[in-house]
Design a protein around this ligand. Structure first.
Ligand code: GLN
Length: 497
């Protein structure tokens, strides 16, 4: 059952071949066995999970079950979940038990899914390796000496190691796609506004978006069906008619040998030149995937996104600016951890924040406060917003010529633990292919497209596809057809059985 797809699990549950309680117990046993090594979960609460599983079993026997009823899911520890510790990977929220459910949690609960626990992540989702977590780094199931990616590294490791069939993630600059690439998974960052941010601990509100992480495009589509939807409590939620993200995957192709006939894939020059130098094994795997997509009927077009090269610079002004404002609520007064010794109110604020936040978060708060301050606002923040607009215009122009864009997800495979922790800029550069997508608010997906040899180990390589606004169904379909023709996504890390 641990390798079953969501549809297979759903069928087994409806047919009564397995109960949700049995399925949940199987994953909980795996978590108990493998989490001490991987550190993918911050919180597991067997009683809570099993209570949900019992309720799902009751719905299954009553005939009121939906397609995801009884299926376990791991939730990134950035989603508030009622009665669950919700730490966001931080010390300052290390004692915060949420009094309410985030919209995503609410929706998955309503779908009858079983929460297996809260997954590890970079502190406040700031990082690309999960090494900024107060709870220690996550280890990559493909090679435990390497990072699982970040910030949704716990969710990625959990799904890759079969500790959960699917997981939620959030992506502000690449945090679903990059860990999916490093861990051999499929991860979708949806268009901004289709999944409610209500109850997600905010990092950079104009960029944050939640999405599914799974082993296949089809499982991502099924989870997105449950996650997406208008929510009046999030002022940036978009009111659109509900969509079935599986619809294109299930539609028969006119020519079964060429299911992607008519699809125009743009290859942005900047993803393949020296702007973003790529590891040779990654380049070779991406080149082979382009050939495969052509065999499936897609047509490729070379084009240019001239301003994406400024994406990292613009992001590292805008994201910290928003973070400095969002994180001002953590002051030791209303909730969370408070410094034990202080002499007066101001001293309490200072000590709580100085001792409660980690180094990367403090760096962002300082940069953010600086770029927003009088005299620097025009030079940095306003300039970054202009670049953001130019990047969005580049994408808009590209989508007049093609349906999807293609490139690597990350310039390299998962790196060694500790390799980039002393050099924040090197860490930031790992998001060079993903960040522009968030600045423009577009959807992007990462899927496994090969493996790189690193010493004795084989490490997954990710391929990124980017779509125009609200083209999730098309993106998922392209990913799905590729996955029907290849088997990269079915590989299992050695030794996790
Ligand atoms: N790595 C990027 C950062 O550190 C993106 C993180 C994310 O998407 N949450 O900000």
């Amino acid at each position: 059952m641990i390798n079953a797809s969501l549809s297979e699990l759903s069928r087994a549950l409806s047919a009564g071949h397995i109960s949700s309680v049995e399925l949940t117990q199987e994953f909980l046993r795996r978590i108990a066995r493998l989490n001490p090594t991987l550190n993918a979960f911050i919180t597991v609460d067997e009683e809570k999970s099993l209570a949900q599983a019992r309720a799902a079993d009751a719905a299954l026997s009553a005939g009121t079950a939906g397609p995801l009823t009884g299926i376990p899911v791991a939730q990134k520890d950035l989603f508030c979940a009622k009665g669950w510790l919700t730490t966001c990977g931080s010390k300052i929220l290390s004692n915060f038990v949420s009094p309410y459910d985030a919209a995503v949690v609410e929706r998955l609960n309503e779908a009858g899914m079983v929460c297996l626990g809260k997954t590890n992540m970079d502190e406040f989702a700031m990082g690309s390796s999960n090494e900024t977590s107060f709870y220690g780094p996550v280890r990559n199931p493909w090679d435990t000496g390497r990072v699982a990616g970040g910030s949704s590294g716990g969710s990625a490791a959990a799904v890759a190691a079969r500790l959960a069939p699917v997981a939620t993630g959030t992506d502000t600059g690449g945090s679903i796609r990059q860990p999916a690439a490093f861990s051999g998974l499929c991860g979708l960052k949806p268009s901004y506004g289709i999944v409610s941010r209500w109850g997600m601990v905010a990092f950079a509100s104009s960029l944050d978006q939640a999405g599914p992480m799974a082993r296949s495009a089809r499982d991502c589509a099924l989870l997105l069906n449950a996650m997406a939807g208008f929510d009046p409590r999030d002022s940036t939620s978009i009111e659109r008619a509900p969509e079935d993200y599986c619809r294109e995957l299930d539609a028969p192709a006119a020519d079964p040998a060429k299911p992607l006939a008519g699809l125009r894939i743009g290859l942005p020059r900047e993803f393949f030149d020296d702007t973003a130098p790529c590891d040779p094994q990654t380049s070779a795997a991406v080149a082979a995937s382009i050939e495969e997509l052509r065999r499936l009927g897609a047509q490729t077009i070379e084009l240019s996104l001239p301003n994406v090269r400024h994406g990292i610079s613009a992001y590292y002004v805008i994201a910290p600016a928003e973070a400095s404002s969002n994180l001002s609520r953590f002051d030791g007064v209303r909730y969370g951890w408070r410094a034990p010794d202080y002499s007066n109110l101001e001293d309490m604020y200072c000590k709580t924040r100085a001792q409660g936040f980690g180094a990367e978060v403090k760096r962002r708060v300082l940069i953010g406060a600086y770029v927003l301050s009088h005299g620097y606002y025009d030079a940095f923040y306003l300039q970054a917003q202009r670049i953001r607009r130019l990047i969005a215009a580049d994408f808009a122009a590209a989508f007049t010529q093609c349906d999807l864009l293609l490139g690597p997800t990350s310039p390299d495979i998962a790196f060694a633990l500790g390799e980039k922790t002393d050099d924040p800029v090197q860490m930031y550069l790992t998001d060079i292919y993903t960040i522009a997508v968030n600045l423009a608010g577009l959807p992007g997906i990462s899927i496994p497209c090969g493996f790189a040899q690193a010493g004795e180990k084989s490490l997954p390589i990710g391929l990124q596809l980017i779509g125009n606004y609200f083209s999730e169904a098309r993106l998922l379909n392209a990913a799905h057809r590729y996955q029907q023709a290849t088997d990269w996504h079915t590989r299992i890390p050695e030794g996790i059985e």
